[in-house]
Design a protein around this ligand. Structure first.
Ligand code: ATP
Ligand code: ZN
Ligand code: MG
Length: 304
């Protein structure tokens, strides 16, 4: 077993032993204690202050999206390995008996199910883009949203969950407006995480596009600097963890959903996402399990 894996397992066990998080028996699915609920609220409060300054509009979507949305954005081409498709039972009494038999025998029950019209939400920002179809107001628009997201990446790492919150801000506007906004957030995000006493570096990154075809997508995303991440040292300097991401989509979503500027030109979009559950783990790992004993500056920043 690797050192890193041993660290992951040991720290996760400590989180459970301290009753900060509740294990479910499945990797990547945890419950939050009241202390963590409070910490999560504090992290959202910190992001609130920033996005309110920018005049972001709050919007909210549920943790499921129409299946057609994933088709439109090409999710099954790019990230099928992460998808969370929802299936349900729509058979008759006879088929129900067969289903129950399969369940009782501990076997895979999926052959008895059929696909529904929905999937789990893979990123908080996806359901927003279809709502922006048409012309944006002068100066574009800025949104603030949060959602539980699903990604099928079970792991022993308590900072890599299958169901987790991504707090996002999404900017839509002219290429200059969108680039300026994203650029300003690189420093701002860095300062924000440093003010929490975390050890942070900024780097370019790429998304885990699937397979051989995906390799080129990853390379070009990096080369064009379309994705930056704030990497936090949770498990040692050689294994940094992305706790926030800043993505520039250019006109990708605008083309797919018909999002235009006030003058009719194609809009550009960018989003930033804070991994709320990762920040929780980073803070606990850095400052210890007793939140009352955290550095005063950190407690103040979080208004704890
Ligand atoms: P990674 O490279 O670590 O898989 P990512 O590039 O997939 O991260 P994004 O798709 O940009 O991450 O998601 C936005 C943010 O959500 C990330 O910066 C991270 O903080 C958080 N995040 C991503 N995947 C997970 C996960 N499995 N568990 C918890 N938080 C996550
Ligand atoms: Zn996004
Ligand atoms: Mg990932």
């Amino acid at each position: 077993m690797s050192d890193l894996n041993t660290q992951h397992l040991a720290f996760k066990q400590q989180l459970f032993d301290h009753k900060l998080l509740f294990g479910s028996g499945v990797n990547g699915i945890v419950g939050r204690s009241s202390k963590i609920v409070e910490l999560v609220a504090a992290l959202h409060g910190m992001v609130d202050k920033e996005s309110v300054k920018d005049g972001a509009q709050k919007v909210a979507f549920p943790p499921v999206v129409p299946r057609e949305l994933l088709r439109t954005v090409g999710y099954m081409n790019n990230f099928p390995q992460l998808s969370g498709s929802i299936h349900s039972f729509s058979g008759d009494d006879r088929q129900h008996l067969a289903l129950q038999e399969t369940v009782k025998n501990g076997e895979d029950w999926s052959p008895h199910l059929s696909q529904t019209d929905v999937t789990l939400t893979p990123a908080s920002c996806y359901p927003l883009y279809p709502t922006l179809a048409g012309n944006l107001p002068e100066g574009g628009a800025l949104f603030d949203l949060n959602c539980y997201c699903f990604r099928h990446e079970p792991s022993n790492d308590p900072a890599r969950l299958m169901s987790f919150e991504i707090r996002e801000n999404v900017r839509a506007g002219s290429p200059e407006e969108v680039q300026k906004w994203r650029h300003s957030w690189l420093d701002r995000g860095h300062n924000l995480l440093e003010s929490l006493g975390l050890s942070v570096v900024l780097d370019t990154a790429s998304d885990p596009f699937f397979g051989r075809g995906g390799r080129m997508m990853k390379a070009s995303q990096k080369e064009l600097e379309l994705k930056f991440e704030l990497l936090v040292d949770i498990w040692g300097k050689d294994n940094p963890t992305a706790c926030a991401s800043f993505n520039y989509h250019q006109d990708h979503f605008s083309h797919l959903f018909g999002i235009h500027l006030a003058d009719g030109a194609d809009a550009h979009t960018a989003c930033l996402g804070f991994g709320i559950d990762r920040l929780v783990i980073a803070l606990l790992k850095t400052h210890g399990f007793d939140m009352n004993a955290w550095p005063a500056s950190v407690r103040e920043k979080l208004a704890l």
